[in-house]
Design a protein around this ligand. Structure first.
Ligand code: HAM
Length: 410
């Protein structure tokens, strides 16, 4: 039986692959405008890296990891997300010992053993940015503006949800209050929430069970328990967003599915995608670098789910571009081949290796959306010339081969 791709894993085929490259090219340029530099980290890392950073209480680590023992007996995993690897690299390469800001962007495949459905894959791709060593809340606003800039570029409409999870000062107070509340509801919450209660209680707020959600409406609110500094920063963030034309809503239940977040958390959602509607998510992770063995370094980042946004992007209509070379006599093939090879140094060339009628060639040229059809018939071959049709201007002429090549400066 023929071998098929694994469940939840997809080929990226034309014309979607063209959209994919179009997205990456423009996203990268926008991220560079914001001062981000490209970083690439390995797809495989030690399992412990993800366990410690993404966190044992998250569904990703609890249920969705592609982990295995390699030939050397090492416990390794396919990355489920990009932040952990970038943080590992940041510390390993001693960036945490240097002054100043470090801003990195990346893209590539991520792997989560989830139940596949529309918009949810086991191998998917992210475009992400991570900014290190900037504690100013202006950077939080800057990151959100960067995502908005990217989505605006591709005409993707979205809504934005924000929340603050507090810092190492106010988080423990909130945790204590939440635990007291959960103690009183222990017989009513689901099994997963009981597990979360023991590992990372604030993750219960993210529970998808309706019965749990109804209970947590009365739970103590994160935003009512922020320290003064977190409260000020969250207010400043809201003002900056308002002043810069970013619409948002505060979602007090937004805690994100990964354990490393502190302070600002945000998610961009689309109303055009169905159940899996999150197109980008991120937030601060001010404690992660230190927790992973580096020097204390504030940080913030986000990742966009590329497959999800590709569903919402239309490629701009392309202008006619390039040349179609066709031969009407078999003997014209070597000359056509030579011209095609020369022109390809400068432009796109389509060159079928078979003789055809003029009509058939013009049809082919139209289909490939080129600007020029250049045809070699018997007369042209004998006079070292070529018949050209400008398909935009609908103009025809016969040129010496060397004059034709000059049009393209080759
Ligand atoms: P995340 O929210 O887990 O965050 O993923 C970011 C985006 O990846 C989601 O909003 C979604 O668009 C896409 N995504 C996630 N899972 C799947 C899936 N199974 N199939 C298709 N698309 C998916 C992170 O990964 C964090 N590392 C973001 C971050 C960076 N936070 C700070 N820095």
């Amino acid at each position: 039986m023929a071998i098929k791709a694994l469940r939840g894993m997809k080929d990226i085929l034309p014309p979607i692959s063209e959209k994919y490259l179009y997205f990456l090219k423009n996203c990268s340029k926008i991220a560079q405008n914001f001062g981000f530099e490209y970083i690439e980290t390995p797809i495989l890392e030690e399992t412990a890296l993800f366990q410690r950073s993404v966190g044992e209480s998250s569904d990703i680590i609890g249920k969705e990891m592609y982990s295995f023992i390699d030939k050397g007996g090492h416990d390794i995993s396919l990355r489920p997300e990009g932040t952990a690897g970038v943080v590992r690299s940041f510390i390993e390469n001693k960036f945490d010992r240097q002054e100043g800001n470090f801003r990195f962007y990346y893209h590539g495949p991520m792997f989560r053993y989830e139940r596949p459905q529309k918009g949810r894959l086991r191998e998917f791709h992210q475009f992400g940015c991570e900014s290190f060593n900037e504690s100013s809340v202006y950077e939080d606003a800057n990151m959100i503006l960067l995502v908005k800039e990217i989505l605006d570029f591709f005409n993707i409409d979205f809504s934005l949800k924000i929340n603050s999870l507090g810092c190492k000062k106010c988080m423990p107070t909130y945790r204590k209050k939440l635990l007291e509340f959960l103690d009183s509801k222990e017989d009513q919450i689901c099994k997963d929430c009981l597990r979360r209660k023991a590992t990372n209680p604030i993750r219960v707020l993210d529970c998808k069970e309706e019965s749990c959600q109804n209970i947590y409406i009365d739970a103590p609110k994160l935003l009512d328990n922020l320290c003064d500094s977190c409260k000020n920063d969250f207010e400043t963030l809201q003002n900056l967003l308002k002043e810069n034309g970013v619409k948002f809503e505060i979602d007090p239940f937004l805690v994100r599915g990964l354990d490393y977040y502190t302070k600002t958390a945000f998610e961009f959602v689309s109303s055009h995608l169905g159940a899996q509607n999150a197109i980008a998510g991120g937030g601060r992770f001010d404690r992660l670098v230190e927790f992973m063995g580096g020097r204390p370094t504030p940080a913030i980042g986000f990742a966009i789910g590329i497959e999800r946004v590709l569903d919402l992007i239309n490629l701009p209509k392309k202008d006619r571009d390039g040349v179609y070379i066709g031969v009407m006599v078999e003997e014209g093939l070597p000359l056509g081949f030579k011209i095609a090879s020369k022109l390809r140094k400068k432009i796109f060339v389509e060159f079928p290796y078979v003789k055809k009628s003029l009509r058939a060639h013009l049809k082919g040229a139209d289909k490939t959306n080129v600007k020029y059809a250049a045809i070699i018939g018997e007369d042209e071959l004998n006079s070292n010339s070529i018949w050209i049709k400008d398909l935009e201007k609908k103009k025809e002429e016969i040129l010496k081969i060397e004059d034709f090549l000059k049009i393209f400066e080759v």
